[in-house]
Design a protein around this ligand. Structure first.
Ligand SMILES: [Zn+2]
Ligand SMILES: [Zn+2]
Length: 336
């Protein structure tokens, strides 16, 4: 790590480590004490001894990894004051997926805000991002280039409904990330008046049912497995992106392949993955959202992680911020 304002935060092989609190944030290897921002698999990994996170994240980790994926856990509520050794910790919503939080870590009056993954666009499946004043802000930069400007998510979801209406006799197979994107897309379709049953690949069911149980209204959803492919004509089937091209997908009739991702802005990726219906919806901040957030949190120093670090760092350095790349390994938002 380059020289930063904070000498009590270091990088270890397990991940980002707070010395006075003796804890890691989103560690990539098992540790004694882990603070977890959200349940995506690159941030929340199994086998830590103790996990501190939101109720939803802890539930989702158990759902994905099993009940014994950590020895003990503690649920933290928004804006509750926690003391870990000499460190004060508070959590705030990050607007990324259900249960996603940011950690405000205060040591001797110096405030560090670790945002994990976040976005500013409204999303009915999770609490909206809340900017919090801090001295040092750690931001992701998954879409940290000026070319990334996410379009309106409802307009993107409309493309899918339009395609279903216009292409009678076909089956729409849509790749979505299992946690977050899947449920957000379903909510968007419902808010646009799409009331038909939405069919799900088996890998999407557990998490979607968890969302439903937590008052996120997904309408009629059913498993696609064991269904006669004839019966799925004119329907929407959601599946993990990796299933778009595997054996599972071959049984369906007159398939139109779609993929919901911020990466669908890049034509080369659309071509590479053979996508006929690219839908640009992202759970990450785009370039303008990142810059707006940096202003909103009033930080004097910005540390940048997973993504296009160099572009954002040099932009910030040119605009009177102290900024450097964290260069953390193990974070892949390929499937965002
Ligand atoms: Zn994430
Ligand atoms: Zn991430």
């Amino acid at each position: 790590m380059n020289k930063t304002n904070i000498n009590w935060l270091i990088k270890k092989k397990e991940g980002l480590y707070c010395i006075p609190g003796d804890f890691f944030i989103d560690p990539i290897l098992p540790v004694k004490k882990a603070l977890i921002t959200h349940a995506h698999t690159d941030h929340a990994r199994p086998n830590n001894q103790f996990v501190l996170s939101s109720k939803n994240t802890i539930d989702l980790m158990k759902l994905r990894y099993g009940k014994n994926c950590f020895k003990s856990s503690q649920v933290c509520k928004f804006r509750e004051n926690l003391n870990i050794n000499d460190v004060k910790v508070r959590v705030y919503p990050a607007g990324h997926i259900l249960g996603s939080i940011q950690f405000l870590i205060n040591y001797k009056g110096y405030k560090l805000l670790v945002s994990g993954d976040y976005k500013r666009m409204y999303d009915q499946t999770c609490d909206s991002y809340q900017p919090v004043n801090c001295d040092t802000f750690i931001t992701e930069a998954t879409f940290g280039l000026p070319i990334f400007k996410h379009p309106d998510d409802k307009e993107e979801a409309k493309k899918l409904i339009k395609s279903v209406t216009e292409n009678k006799g076909s089956t729409h197979l849509i790749g979505v990330y299992a946690l977050g994107k899947c449920q957000r897309l379903i909510c968007l379709l419902r808010s646009l008046g799409y009331e038909d049953t939405i069919y799900l690949h088996g890998a999407l069911i557990k998490i979607s049912e968890y969302y439903s149980k937590n008052d996120i209204k997904l309408g009629k959803i059913k498993s696609a497995s064991g269904k006669n492919p004839e019966k799925l004509i004119n329907k929407i089937i959601l599946c993990p992106p990796s299933s778009l091209n595997d054996k599972w997908s071959q049984k369906f009739i007159e398939v139109i392949k779609g993929y919901v991702s911020g990466w669908m802005r890049i034509r080369q990726r659309v071509k590479q993955k053979n996508i006929e219906l690219p839908i640009i919806i992202s759970d990450h901040a785009d370039w303008n959202e990142i810059l707006k957030t940096i202003k909103d949190v009033n930080a004097s120093e910005v540390l940048v992680t997973h993504g296009r670090e160099e572009a954002l760092v040099s932009h910030l350095n040119n605009h009177n911020y102290k900024s450097s790349a964290l260069n953390l390994i193990g974070f892949e938002d390929e499937n965002e």
